[in-house]
Design a protein around this ligand. Sequence first.
Ligand code: HEC
Length: 190
Amino acid sequence: MKRIATLTLVTVMGAAPVLSGDYSKHVDNSRATAREFMQTLKQDLKKGMQEGGPVNAVSVCNLAAPGIASTYSVRKGWEVGRTSLKPRNPDNAPDAWERAVLESFDERNCAGEDPAKLEYYEVVTADGKRELRYMKAIPTLGLCLACHGEHLDSQVRTRIETLYPHDRAVGYQAGDIRGAFTITQPLDHE
Ligand code: HEC
């Protein structure tokens, strides 16, 4: 994929991105998808934790999230996923564009913006085709600390280390940015 140089991107990456053209409907659709994804995931996590504790719920974030993501991708022909600067699953590692956006989210968070409201979008050209890329930050909540916090129960830790030997997604505190939803919508149809 053709990527925009990080430096150029950072200079245009304000709180209110400017798009050349009216893509407000596309942006709204991406926003709605990120919101729906978050709600489904939170519900599934809460239910999993209530039913079998965090050891059982590991498989919710493990299996349900990629499942939810691929449902959206198949339904809409989009790419929908989650990414992070410290991913648990290496498949979720950011590409150059996503990394730059995640870094800008951390900077905006440090500058006092509410992490629950951080988003960024931009029309980019990849292989000669335009696409709308959208990201929305995912704040760390109390509920997340059982698996992403500083002190993990030893059984949870073992389960995670077995599934994810390269895990980097621990040591977070409530309010930190855990990662982001990332959504790519093609704008040019065949
Ligand atoms: C029961 C354990 C558990 C809890 C609780 C949990 N997660 Fe996760 N999380 C995981 C696992 C396992 C993965 C790896 C998923 C995969 O393979 O894609 C993961 C992956 C992620 C990712 C994708 C990026 C990465 O690191 O691979 C994000 C973002 C994320 N979690 C956010 C959260 C947030 C926000 C909460 C709280 C609302 C939360 N998680 C609660 C276990 C958990």
